[in-house]
Every structure is written in C-alpha cells, then in structure tokens.
Design a protein around this ligand. Structure first.
Ligand code: GDP
Length: 440
C-alpha cells in the first residue's frame, strides 16, 4: 500500500514527540535524525533529504514552536508543509488552452504507459472531454492490440495505422481528431527497456511534428531512485511538462514521489493507484503529504464519492430508510456504490487516522464484499425484498448457487437484520426527537 512503511515510521517518531509535552532543542534534533533515517530508508534522494531536514529543523527550533503550547503538533505541521512544498506545493494542472490538447505519453517499457493512456482518457472523458487514443508504439505489435483492448474497456476510440512511421501516425491522428471533433489526443509512444538514442530521437521527432501541449513521462514509482534517474534523462532530451507516477498503490516507501519534483523540476500531474482503469488520481501535493503522515485525504475521498455516487440512488435510499422498507436489494445497491469508489483498502487509507489503526491488524477484506454480492445475486427477487421467507432449504440453495457455505448466507442475513434494526432505532429516535422538538 502507498507509503505504508514510511507512514508507520513517521507516526512512531511523532508519537514519541507528542508524549514529551515541552520540547527541547535536543528533542527536536533527535526526532529529525529519525525522520532523516526514515526518509532515506524510503529511498528518498540523499540531497533532497538533507535539504528538507535542514529546513524543517531550522523552522522547528525557532521560538514559535518551542514556546507554543503544542510543540509536537507544530513540528508535525512544519513537516507537513515542507513535504507539500517538496512535492510542488499546489496542484500542477494540464494545459487545456489549445483547441486540441495533444498529450504525448512517454516512458520505459512496463512503466504502465498503455494502461495509463486508457486511465487518463477515461478520467478526462468523465470531465466532459472527447479523447482519442493513438497507438504509436509500432515495435511491439502486441502494444497496438493492448491499446485497442484498453480503448474498448474505457469506451474510447483508438487511432491506429499499423507499423507505419510513428511521426506520420501522430500527425495523421491529429487530423483525424480535428475531423471527428476530438478535443484531446493521447499518444501512446514506444517504450524501451532502457533510455536509448533511437527512442529519444523518435520522441523528439514526434514532439516537433505535433507540438504537444503536454509531454508526460510515465514512471513506475516502485523503482524508487531509478524512476528519478529515468525522469532526469527524459527531461534532458524532451522538456517534459510533467510526470505520471504509476503503481503508487504498491509503493510502500514513496522515494520517487517525494524526490522527483525536487530533483528534476518536473511536477507530478497524476498518480496511478491500482490496476483498474479507474485508478488514476490527479496529484495534489498537500493531500499526498497528508496521506504520507497518516492524516488521510478527506478531499479526494469526497471527490470520489461525489463523482461516482449516483445521486438518484442515494435519494431513493434515503426515502427507503425513512419508510423502513430497506431490503436486500438496497443492501446490494449500497455495496456496489461503495465498490465503485475503489477497493476498501484505498478508501480507508484516505480516512484520517485510519492508516495507523489499520497497521494494528484490522483486516480489510474485499473478497467479503464480493461474497456478499454473490449471495444476494443467487436469491430470487422475492427473497431479496422479503428476506423473512428464506428458510433452511432456500439457504441451502442460495449457498450452492453462490458457491458459498450456508454459514456465509446465515451471516449475511444476520448482518442485514442488524442493519435493519439499527435503521429502525435510528428512524425511531429521529421521530421522537421531532416530537420532543414540537413539544418545546
Ligand atoms: P507499458 O509497457 O508501459 O505500456 O505498461 P503497461 O500499461 O502494459 O503496464 C505494465 C503493468 O503495470 C500492467 O500489468 C499494468 O496492469 C500495471 N500497472 C499500470 N499502472 C499501474 C498502477 O497504477 N498500479 C498497479 N498496481 N499496476 C499498474
């Protein structure tokens, strides 16, 4: 999970600091020594760590902190601010000023370029754009097929011209986009295992031919400082406008995310948070710093909720809760709404304080959600709307149909009964509150 080990180490350090009450200069220095080690272990660039620690220390042993009533809190606030500034301070937006926004995606093979082309297309089309995906990786025939599959999954057209010259393909794709009213062109360029001259020349030629608004380097964050080195090499040749860090979901250390902006000057614009085509997020330095410090990211969570939640469904649910007609169909609807927002792990990680709690061994099981859905899917409509008719033989049939055990079915029915009871109590207390208000 993203930043898991770094977050845990930082939290341990700050916990000790909080336990101290008033802080001496030596306390702060000791804590900073530990923060420095934690960052180095997270594979953050050595020079970046050095600069960061000296900035934090200078601010933290200032009067403001030492004399404050909550010095530890102040130190954490400073760390938060400096981490944010390290990653670029504010969100770095994509330039959509031209009539057609051409985005070249570049990067090494396996970095996640093709997947990211699909994710980015999907994200932009959710925001009202009309993207065209372009297959310009002609060296691996499988790459073209892969992009076509991705395009189909996200419902976007893919422009291909087989193995022709990538510069010609890119130019032709822009003409095609103009004719077919696309306002974004996402070019999936060729990748290599290592940076080489042929690849760079080809990318430079494409960029001269189409004059892209954005040249975004896709890098695998799990490769830590290697990702930073790759970014430097690409940037020297191509003048990148930004980076997309992929596989952050599997990067427990976070070294690339924390150093790449400081080392290359290129801002991170998006981050890949999973293999699914929905798992691309706009990068917000302040929110990322908050996540690294285990403070959650409520803003992204709210955005996900409002983007993915079906308001009509939410209203229907509210009505059902009021009339207490909440049945197993609603139970299932609710589950699928939550699932749309991402894996439980991802969601919970954005809740403040959760990462610390999770590390204490709370098990989060996405499989359980799928099991519950399978069980409800195996019920008849009548059973779903009137679960009290589900007797022993029905339970047996449902378990067999969903590939689960009778105990699983029993557990689900119990959970449903408890939820319903809770709703009843809630609705009841709501009514009595209203009554007592009227009395007053
Ligand atoms: P390309 O060679 O650069 O085009 O890379 P691909 O798009 O084929 O991706 C390589 C692998 O990385 C695939 O298995 C993807 O599913 C996976 N991948 C891409 N982005 C992410 C991400 O953000 N998180 C995770 N966990 N996997 C990713």
């Amino acid at each position: 999970m993203a930043f898991e080990s770094l977050t845990q180490k930082l939290n341990d350090i700050f916990k000790k600091l909080r336990g101290k009450g008033k802080l001496s200069e030596a306390d702060v220095k000791q804590a900073m020594k530990e923060v420095r080690l934690a960052l180095l272990e997270a594979d953050v660039n050595f020079k970046v760590v050095k600069d960061l620690i000296s900035k934090i220390t200078e601010r933290a042993i200032g009067q403001e902190v030492m004399e404050s009533l909550t010095p530890a809190q102040q130190v954490i606030k400073i760390v938060n601010e400096e981490l944010t500034s390290l990653m670029g301070s504010t969100q770095s937006k994509v330039d959509f000023s031209k009539e057609i926004t051409i985005i070249m995606l570049v990067g090494l093979q396996g970095s996640g370029k093709t997947t990211t082309a699909g994710k980015l297309g999907k994200l932009l089309s959710k925001n009202g754009k009309k993207p065209l995906l372009v297959a310009a990786d002609i060296y691996r025939p499988a790459a073209i097929t892969q992009l076509k599959i991705v395009g189909e999954k996200v419902g976007l057209p893919v422009f291909t011209m087989g193995q022709q010259d990538p510069v010609d393909i890119s130019k032709a794709s822009v003409d095609y986009a103009k004719k077919h009213n696309h306002d974004v062109v996402i070019i999936d360029t060729a990748g290599r295992l290592h940076v080489d001259d042929d690849l760079m020349n080809e990318l430079v030629n494409i960029s001269h031919a189409v004059d892209p608004s954005e040249i975004l380097l896709v890098v695998d964050s799990m490769t830590g400082q290697d990702a930073v080195n790759v970014a430097e090499e690409f940037n020297n040749r191509l003048q990148l406008t930004g980076l997309i860090l992929t596989k952050l979901d599997g990067d427990s250390r976070g070294g690339a995310a924390l150093s790449v902006k400081a080392v290359t000057g290129c801002p991170i614009k998006y981050v890949g948070m999973g293999e699914k085509l929905d798992d691309l997020e706009i990068f917000h330095p302040e929110r990322m710093a908050s996540r690294i410090l285990g403070m959650g990211d409520v803003l992204t969570l709210i955005e996900k909720a409002t983007a993915d939640f079906d308001l009509k469904k939410a209203q229907e649910l509210e009505d059902k809760l009021k009339t207490q007609s909440f049945d197993l169909n609603d139970f299932k609807d609710q589950l699928s709404q939550v699932k749309k927002m991402g894996s439980l792990d991802q969601i919970l990680n954005m809740i403040p304080g959760f990462s610390q709690q999770k590390l204490k061994g709370v098990e989060i099981d996405d499989k359980e959600l799928s099991r519950v859905e399978a069980i409800i899917n195996s019920m008849t409509l009548e059973e779903r709307s009137n679960p009290s008719i589900i007797n022993g033989s029905r339970r047996k049939r449902i378990a067999a149909g969903s590939g689960t055990a009778i105990q699983d079915v029993n557990r689900l029915l119990k959970q449903y009964a408890q939820t319903k009871k809770m709703i009843k109590q809630f609705a009841g207390s709501d009514k009595s509150r209203k009554r007592s208000k009227q009395k007053l």
